[in-house]
Design a binder for this molecule. Sequence first.
Ligand code: LFR
Length: 491
Amino acid sequence: AFASAFAAVDLGATSGRVIVGRVGPDNLDLTEVHRFPNTPVRLPDGLRWDTLALFQGVLDGLREAARRGGVASIGIDTWAVDYGLLDTDGALLGHPFHYRDDRTDAAAASVWAKVGPEELYGITGLQHLPFNTVFQLASAEGTTQQDAARTLLLIPDLLIHWLTGSIGAEETNASTTGLFDARTGTWSEDLLNRLSLDPALFPAPRAPGDPAGTLLPHVAAYTGLDPRTPVTTVASHDTASAVVAVPATEPDFAYISCGTWSLAGLELDAPVLSEASRAANFTNERGIDGTVRYLRNIMGMWLLEECRRTWEKENLPTHIPTLLADAARAESFASLVDPDAPEFLAPGDMPARIREYCARTGQRVPGSQGAVVRCILESLALAHRRTLRQAAELAGRDIRRIHLVGGGSRNDLLCQLTADATGLPVVAGPTEATALGNILVQARAAGLVGDLVDMRRLIASTQHLRHYAPRGDTIAWDTAAVRLDSAPRNP
Ligand code: LFR
C-alpha cells in the first residue's frame, strides 16, 4: 500500500463515494474510485436508510481502492443524528430511520416535559431540529426494538463496526445527538438518566485521529486489502470534516458548508450557551481539536434538488446549467421564501410548496422554472446573510470573509448572490471539502501533516478556489432581508 494514500468513505443524502486521497508536503490529490446511490426506502412505518446497500457500496469501493494499490488507512463520514441499534449479540435491530421521517413531530414535547428546552440547550448547546437523536429515541420509547437495544451506533460508527468489529462513539457526531455535554465532551449521564435512557447504550467517545480497529478477516478477503489496514476515526460528522477543509489562512472568517444543507457559522474555541443563542437556534457542535462549530442549519440545496426530482417526474428540464442560466435571467426579488420554514423539510413536491408559500404570503407566485430557481437562490443567499450576521453578533466576532465549501460552491450564481447579500467577499471551494477533511485527519494521524493551520494551508495552496466580490446593491438586499424576516414563519 502507498504510505501516503488514504481512503475516505463519504456518504451523503443521495449518494455515497469512496475517494482515495494522496497527501504530500505540497500536494493533495483526490480520485473518486467508486460512487453508488443512496436510496432511502419507505416502509409501512416510515422512511428508512438502506444500510446494507450502503455497506455493500463501501466494500465495493474499498475493493477498487485495493485494486489501485491499497491505502494506508480508511476513514468514514456521513450525515449526523441517525443511528442503528444493536442487540445483545451485536446484531442490527431493524433498519435505521431517515431523519426526514416525520414520526418525531410530537416527540419534542415529551422530552421537554422531563427536561425543558432551556436546560437541554444549557447542557448540549444543540440547535433544536425535530430529528435530533434525542427526539428520535423519545418517539420510539417502549418499542420492542428499543427495549431490546444494548448499543446505539451513529451511522459512521455502525459502518466501522461492520468493517472492524470495534465499538465507539465519534465525538463530533455524538455532539449532534442532543445527549452529549457541550462542555465536557462526554455523554451527559444526567440527561440520560432523566430521559430514562440506559447509559450503557452509549459507547465510549473516540476523537478524530484515534485508531478504530483493523479489518475483519471476511472484509479483508472481499476487498483484497491487507487485514492490518487500520480504520482511523475522522471527524465522522460530514459537516465537521468539511470545516476542517475550509481554506482559511486568516482569522475572522465565516464558513458555509453548502450541500443538501447549508451549514453557516463560525469556528469558536468555546460554546456559546446563552439564552439569546438558544432563542436564535444556534448550535454548538464539536469540531476537531476542541473547536466548536457555532452554526445554524439552513435548508440548502435540498430545495433545488427536490424541485429537480419533481420536474424529472413531470418530464421538465433538470439540467443544472440550464436552470441556473434561466434563473440568472429571471427577475430579482420577485418572490422570497424562508428556507427555514418547517414545511420544506419532508420529501415531496417542492415547487408546489414554494408556490403555496408565496401565495400565502401575498407575493408573486413563481411560474417558470427559472423563477422558482431564482426564488430559491435569493432566499438562500438571504438566509446565509441572516445567519452569519446573527452568529457574529451572538459570538461577539467580526467576519471579514466567507468561505463557501462543498458541492454548492460549484453554483456560481449562489456564490455571487451570497457575496451580494452579505456585502462580504466569498471564497468558493473546495467542492470536495468533506472528503478532504476526512483524508487530512487520517494523514495527520499517520504523521504526514501538522495541526489545523497546516492542514488549511495545504488546502489553500493545492485546491482550486474562486473569488466573488460583492456587487454593492446593498439597498435592494436590505429591503429584501426585511421582507424575509417579516414573513410569517409557520404555515
Ligand atoms: C449535513 C448534515 C448536517 C446535519 C444533517 C442531518 O449533511 O450532516 O450537518 O444537521 O446532515 O444529519
